[in-house]
Write a new protein. Structure first.
Length: 116
C-alpha cells in the first residue's frame, strides 16, 4: 500500500500562486508516476499533471500548461500553480500509480479556491 498526504491548498485571488505538496509513504518503490487531479463542484474529476517518481519527467493538461509546474524531492511531489484563475477552483487530489500502471492510490484532497 501507498499512503498520500496532501497539503498547501487555500484561498487566493486571481493571478496569485499556490504550491501543493504530496508526500508518499509505504511501498513507494512500486510507484511509477505521481499525479494531480482536480474536481470542481458539479464536474467530473479531471487530470491535471503527472510527475515521474524517479525522474524529472512531467506532463500537464492543456488547461494548465504554461501556468503550473511540477517538481519532486524524493517521495514528495509539488505542484506549483501560478497565474491562478477562478476556473482553477476545485478540490485537488494527489494520486499514484500502482504496479498495473493505473491510478490506484489517492490522497484525501485539498481545496483550492481562486476568487475573481
Amino acid at each position: 500500500q501507498v499512503q498520500l498526504v496532501e497539503s498547501g491548498g487555500g484561498l487566493v485571488q486571481a493571478g496569485e500562486s499556490l504550491r501543493l505538496s504530496c508526500a508518499a509513504s509505504g511501498r513507494t518503490f512500486s510507484v511509477v508516476y505521481m499525479g494531480w487531479f482536480r474536481q470542481a463542484p458539479g464536474k467530473e474529476r479531471e487530470f491535471v499533471a503527472r510527475i515521474a517518481r524517479t525522474s524529472e519527467s512531467t506532463y500537464f493538461a492543456d488547461s494548465v500548461k504554461g501556468r503550473f509546474t511540477g517538481s519532486r524531492d524524493k517521495d514528495t511531489v509539488y505542484l506549483q500553480m501560478n497565474s491562478l484563475k477562478p476556473k482553477d477552483t476545485a478540490v485537488y487530489y494527489c494520486a499514484a500509480t500502482g504496479l498495473r500502471g493505473s491510478w490506484e492510490y489517492w490522497g484525501q484532497g485539498t481545496q483550492v479556491t481562486v476568487s475573481p
